[in-house]
Design a protein. Structure first.
Lengths: 95, 477
């Protein structure tokens, strides 16, 4: 399968990656090669096989419902670019 | 053309755990911003989520209560999207293998019962909150809510009107509160609803293009929003236009729905199993042990109320809407045995009216079940009339005292002494010769007038049954 330039742009947008438009043909080629490589798996008959949810043959261990965390807001926020009134500030998402 | 409305609902019920779904941070509502968001909730590198056992237990209880399958194995998946209140860039949810699969809920519409299918219910973490007020052109993010456990409950498209949708939601709301797995607070967002709405020509079976309604935070708004949306869709199709599949927000002030900007709709969630979390395995033994811990559920309680107390289906439904109300009623009944209808009338009538007036729920009632029971006993032993009881009830509500003390203090005992009632009747007859003559010449409607006068003169204390009887004798001369 070969990806179109539009598909490359869409994938970049979904991943929030800015890409150089010059490089789009190269991305299309590389990504298409990766897909072709994975595509080989479609030749295998997987009917009746349970999809693997996790490579480890183990099951989830749960924790008891207890509050174990304390407030460390100040420490967490000292690495944030901008904070105010205890909030993290980010570029506006709704106009 | 006649159109049929098709509605499916997605409800997010916040599970009433102490800590978050995958971290030990508190879920308490209303804390200062970001003081309950830990390393895991913030999605900082190097942390691993660990599942909350209590959230799993609650989801299983819900599954059992709606006769669903709780599969031996369920899997957590990542739902990928970018939004500032989702620090990891993905929400941990369940996709292909949810914890609850295929259940049902019965609703009642105009005394007809209807079964609504529940496709699935899955565990997922909530996102944070974005505050779009002005922070110098920026948005503020509070991540206290991030990671709070939600049970997303998805119905089949089995609902055919806004009224049915509301009945389903109220039933679901009542159920999660009976189970004690969600506080059901719509205002605080603990019980949120999105509605998928479409229409199709009556008699056809293919589904029309649907729109998804969001921002529905009260039962009243849900009904209005769906009704508005159905009208909008009908107008479009009847004008030969098409319906756009989109997410629309309900604006309660304008009573309209409008599309969310398309930027947010370009969703391609790219679900995949979360490699940080191992599959969740639930043993049949665990479920078996859970069954006896389920409380008596609304339907069973309603049926028992109809059977044991001989209440109508309407009364039984109202009284079992919440577990607390049902408990209150049963406490009154147990103290005033043999009079369930009287108890029901008072709980559903005078008590509920005062609760509504003061915007209180039954747990905040100013009159306890025991106090109400004492009052009802005084009606039954003819100490007071029903009318006086209503006055007394208001006085009790206003914390003026216990029923017996109030009766004593205000001299409200019913007059059952025939001699005393006779005297009052004689006085009334004497004062109203014209009405007496009219009555005797055939104007029998005036009987009510005489009853009124006698009751007035006795300050409402004469026993009404006795007044009726004695008055009849005297008036007929």
């Amino acid at each position: 399968m070969s990806l179109s330039p539009e598909q490359v742009i869409k994938i970049a947008n979904l991943a929030r990656i800015a890409i150089d438009t010059q490089a789009i043909p190269r991305y299309a080629e590389n990504l298409s090669d990766i897909l072709a490589f994975v595509e080989q798996m479609n030749r295998v008959d997987t009917s009746g096989i349970l999809p693997m949810a996790h490579p480890l043959e183990a099951v989830a261990r749960c924790r008891t419902d207890e509050v174990t965390e304390t407030d460390h807001r100040e420490q967490f926020q000292c690495i944030a670019p901008q904070v105010e009134a205890g909030l993290y500030l980010v570029p506006k998402v709704i106009e | 053309m006649n159109w049929e409305t098709v509605i499916g609902l997605e409800v997010h019920a916040q599970l009433a755990t102490k800590s978050k779904l995958f971290s030990g941070a508190s879920t308490a509502y209303g804390a200062p911003p970001n003081t309950q968001a830990c390393l895991i909730d913030l999605g900082l590198p190097g942390v691993l989520p660990v599942l909350n056992a209590e959230a799993v237990r609650m989801a299983c209880q819900f599954g059992l209560a709606i006769q669903a399958t709780v599969p031996a194995r369920s899997v957590f998946a990542r739902k990928n999207y970018f939004y500032p209140d989702l620090p990891k860039g993905y929400q941990i949810s369940q996709y292909e293998l949810p914890i609850v699969q295929g259940g049902q809920l019965k609703i009642e519409i105009d005394t007809l019962e209807k079964t609504i299918g529940i496709t699935r219910a899955h565990l997922e973490e909530d996102a944070g909150k974005s505050l779009h007020e002005d922070f110098h052109g920026l948005s503020g993010i509070d991540l206290n809510r991030a990671g709070t456990p939600l049970l997303e409950i998805v119905s089949e498209p089995d609902l055919r009107s806004a009224k049915e949708a509301v009945a389903y939601l109220k039933k679901l709301h009542s159920l999660v509160r009976y189970l004690n797995i969600c506080d059901g607070n719509l205002q605080e967002g603990s019980f949120r609803c999105d509605a998928n709405v479409s229409i199709r020509p009556l008699g056809t079976t293919t589904l029309g293009t649907r729109t998804e309604l969001k921002n529905l935070n009260s039962f009243r708004f849900i009904e209005r929003a769906i009704n508005f949306e159905v009208e909008r869709q009908i107008a479009l199709l009847e004008n030969g236009q098409k319906i756009q599949q989109e997410t629309r927000l309900y604006d309660a002030e304008k009573n309209e729905t409008r599309p969310m900007r398309s930027k947010e709709e370009a969703n391609d969630y790219r679900y995949f199993p979360d490699p940080d979390l191992l599959p969740l395995v639930i043993s049949p033994q665990f479920l078996t042990q859970l069954i006896p811990t389920l409380p008596e559920l609304p339907d069973a309680k309603r049926d028992r109320f109809m059977r044991d107390y001989e209440l109508s289906s309407y009364d039984a439904n109202v009284l079992t809407q919440s577990r607390e109300l049902a408990d209150y009623f049963e406490e009154v009944v147990s103290t005033v045995p043999g009079e369930p209808k009287l108890c029901a009338n008072w709980v559903m009538g005078d008590l509920s009216a005062l609760l509504n007036k003061h915007h209180l729920d039954i747990t905040q009632s100013k009159v306890t079940a025991q106090q109400l029971a004492k009052l009802l006993k005084r009606i039954l032993d003819n100490t007071i009339s029903g009318k006086i009881a209503k006055q007394l009830f208001e006085a009790m509500w206003n914390q003026e005292g216990e029923p017996d003390a109030l009766i004593e203090k205000q001299g409200l005992q019913q007059v059952t002494d025939e001699g005393a009632i006779d005297k009052i009747i004689d006085q009334v007859i004497q004062q109203n010769p014209k009405q007496l003559a009219d009555y005797r010449s055939g104007k029998e409607k005036l009987f009510g007038f005489f009853v009124g006068q006698v009751m007035k003169l006795s300050q409402g204390k004469a026993n009404p049954a006795q007044v009726n009887e004695l008055l009849k004798q005297k008036l007929s001369g």
